[in-house]
Design a protein around this ligand. Sequence first.
Ligand SMILES: *Cc1c(COP(=O)(O)O)cnc(C)c1O
Length: 229
Amino acid sequence: MNSIVERLKEVRMSIESACQQCNRSPESVQLLAVSKTQPASAIQHLYAAGQRDFGENYLQEALLKQQQLTDLHDLTWHFIGPIQSNKTRDIAAHFTWVQSIDRKKIARRLSEQRPSHLPPLQVLIQVNIDDEASKSGVAAEQVSDLAAYIDDLPQLELRGLMTIPAADTDSDQQQASFTAMQRLFSGLTSQYSTVDTLSMGMSNDLAAAIAAGSTMVRVGTALFGKRER
Ligand SMILES: *Cc1c(COP(=O)(O)O)cnc(C)c1O
């Protein structure tokens, strides 16, 4: 399990060097550990090494791990997977962040179902920046409409944008997608004072995403090793 902690150090170093190359401060980029399919014990090891933010894609699996880890009080859970309507109640109750909002109906339900004793859910709009049929997320043109809708919901706080760019594109296409996201994000920050988060970059494209202004990278494989799914 030491190896997980070693990999955490390596990922933090990659973030630092990517920041150095574009004159950004390393503190301006948060690391989200994507722990889907990983056991609670792996989360415990990263926690012991100082990692606090964890991302999960599958609700039932996440709830189970949360139950196993209730003694770690200051963990912050992010839901980052596709959201079906029948899952919103549990997501609203058991997560601090939701990064994968892609339609009004889901936003409205999450706000209505967020327990009133909890602070508003911190949310990101997922953008399907490469217009892939297989991927969730709104088209770039729909961001401002959905943002205005979310901004009006009492139990949601709009924090920014999340994207998963197309997997096998050349670096020019990747760069174009990152730049398009950067532009969308910059537009939102000038409109909403709560917006400060651009969740972009994973194990394989972390440096390019940071160069394009990402403030949160979501890393699974580089921390935990290869997954089955
Ligand atoms: C799985 C996943 C990641 C992590 O991807 P890696 O390539 O394993 O780093 C990031 N974001 C989302 C939304 C994911 O589903």
